[in-house]
Structures are given as C-alpha cells and as structure tokens.
Design a binder for this molecule. Structure first.
Ligand code: PHE
Length: 339
C-alpha cells in the first residue's frame, strides 16, 4: 500500500504540474482526491489493515493528501495569474486611437438671442417671469386699455378659442399678471411665444416670439426707459449703437414710442440691411398708461412705470443678417448649423 501511495503521489504531482487549464487541473483533483479518487480509495481501504500498518499508511496517506492539496492550490493560482495576463495582453486598450465623435446639437438661433436678452436684463436687476400662451381676452386686451373696437381684437387678427379666451397676441398680458396683487417696485421681463392670424411670408409668421419688459416704482420717468433701452442696445449690438425714439400709439402706454437702433452694419449711413434708413426698428415701448396701473390695483398717483415689447425674430434677423423669417421655423439643419 505504501508503494501504491508513492506511485499515486508521483503520478498526481506530475499531472497537476502538467495541467494547462483550470479544467485539466480539476480533472486531476477528481481523479486522485475526489470522492471516487485513487487516494480516497486507499484511505477508505485502511480499515482492513492491522493497527500498526494502519498508523503508518495513514500518516503517509495524510502527507500525500497535504502535498496534493498544496500542489493544486499552487497550480490554481499560477493558472489564474496566467489567465489574467493573457486577458490583459489580448484586451489591450489603445488610448491613442481617435475617439468616436458624438453628433452634438446646438441652440436654435432664436434661443441664443433670447438667452442673450435675458442675460442683459438680469444684469440690470430684472427678474424673468412667464405667462401662459392661452390667455384671457381680459388680460390680452381689456386690462391693457384696448377699446372694444380696437382693430387688433378683430377675428382676422386674433386666434380666439372662445369669446373670452385666445392665443395671446403679445406678451403684454404678462404686465397685468406681474402687477395684479403686487406692490411695486416691479422689474420684470417675460419672453415667450405670441400668435397672430397672419399669413406666412418673409417677415410674418402666425407664431413668433416677444420679450416684454416692465418697471413700476415711485418716480419712474421716460428718462429711465430711454436709459434702460439705450444700455440694452449697446450691450446687444455693440458699444457704438445708438437708439432713436419715434412717437407712436399703443393703448396701454402713454406716451408711446417705437424704438430704432442705429444700423449695426453701416453704423447709420444707410445700407441694404437698413434699406438706406440708417435705423432699424426693434421694439415698441412707452410709459405704462394710468388706466392699466389702476386696472391692476396700483395707484397711478403714487406709482409710474415703463414697458416695452420687442420681437425676438426681428432682433435675431438683424443680428445674424437673416433676410427671411421662415428660415427660423423650417428646421433645415443646413441653416441651423450655421449658428
Ligand atoms: N405689445 C406691443 C406689440 O406687440 C409692444 C409693446 C409692449 C408696446 C409694451 C409698448 C409697451 O406691438
């Protein structure tokens, strides 16, 4: 039996050493020290031996078992390390390869311009507020002092949802929302979509964007309006830009003005962009009408204010020298990717 053990030991050790994979190693383990293994068989057969021989054989068998277990553990570790090294070698990462570029979207030019306008007014201490696109006729017209027969109320100009609800035709109803139930000082801008029943052409769209501005406090004058819009125009179009106020009429401001900026292509000399005028109209403005303050519960004897509304498409067209408003809404990537 001792001879047998020595043979098993030698054979097993050489098989373990020769195993070239974890599977082969496992096969060797099963063959010798598994439940039906050769070494296990010897250990089982020891019961039949004389006590003296049993002790000797037992000692040797245990020694062989220890040897095999150590050799298996050793080999397993070696195989594992080799497997890891093989993987590291085969899965090598070449960090010098160029990356896979992701197609990246960009802001729509109208958003870029709107963001810039927001930044400028936030810098002057304005807060940005929002109003709904579906608005009451009251906020869009009545509270804004528009008489019942005002032409803008006409079915041909306004998208009505029912008699008292409409798609707002201007951002000015946000003035009403910003003032009602509030105590001045109020200093807000409100960008958003507006709707008018216009046919589409190079300068008209039934949906377009405006930014409303409103300041109400004690002692606000036309000088504040002029100073604010002047600083705005210089911030947006460049330091040399000048503004010009022309008398106009809006129901909700008195006095009212249309505001032009000096053409930033020719600087005022007259060119194709400004059609020889030297000036480009960008917004309507004025001092908030006392009736409007009163309709919002603000005492016009104590407070005064100014308001303005500018067309974002118009500003963007001027700024990027775009000659057709339809380009903004056709979503042609060849156009949009230029900005
Ligand atoms: N709401 C006016 C328009 O759409 C612009 C405006 C706003 C004028 C505020 C004066 C004051 O034309």
């Amino acid at each position: 039996m001792k001879e047998e053990l020595k043979r098993i030991s030698a054979e097993a050790l050489s098989e373990i050493a020769g195993a070239s994979s974890e599977a082969e190693l496992e096969a060797a383990r099963v063959k010798y020290s598994g439940k039906k293994g050769q070494l296990t068989a010897i250990l089982r057969g020891m019961g039949a031996l004389e006590p003296e021989a049993r002790r000797e054989v037992g000692e040797l068998a245990n020694a062989v078992r220890g040897e095999l277990e150590a050799a298996i553990a050793d080999k397993a570790a070696t195989l594992k390390r080799a497997a890891l090294e093989a993987r590291l070698a085969s899965e090598k990462l070449d960090v010098t390869l160029p990356g896979r570029e992701k197609a990246c979207g960009r802001l729509h030019p109208l958003h870029t311009v709107e963001n810039r306008i927001r930044e400028i007014f936030i810098g002057m201490g304005f807060t940005v507020v929002e109003g709904p696109e579906i608005e009451s006729a009251y906020n869009n017209f009545d509270a804004l002092n528009a008489p019942a027969d005002h032409p803008s109320r006409d079915f041909q100009d306004t998208f009505y949802i029912d008699e008292t609800t409409l798609l707002r035709t201007q951002t000015s109803p946000v003035q009403i929302r910003a003032m009602t139930g509030k105590t001045p000082p109020i200093r807000v801008i409100s960008p958003g979509r507006v709707y008018r029943s216009d046919d589409v052409d190079a300068t008209h769209s039934p949906m377009f964007h405006q930014v409303e501005g409103l300041v109400v406090d004690k002692g606000i004058t036309m000088a504040d309006l002029k100073g604010t819009l002047d600083l705005f125009a210089r911030s947006l179009f460049g330091e040399e830009t000048r503004t010009r106020f022309r008398p106009h009429n809006f129901p909700f401001t008195e006095p009212s003005a249309e505001v032009d900026v000096s053409c930033f292509v020719c600087g005022g000399k007259g060119c194709r962009l400004c059609k020889g005028e030297g000036w480009i109209e960008i917004l309507g403005a004025g001092m908030v009408h006392p009736n409007v303050l009163a309709s919002c519960g603000i005492d016009p004897e104590v407070y005064s204010g100014f308001a303005f509304g500018m067309g974002i498409e118009r500003v963007a067209m001027r700024r990027y020298n775009i000659n057709d408003m339809r380009l903004f809404f056709e979503n042609d990537v060849r156009f949009l990717s230029q900005f």
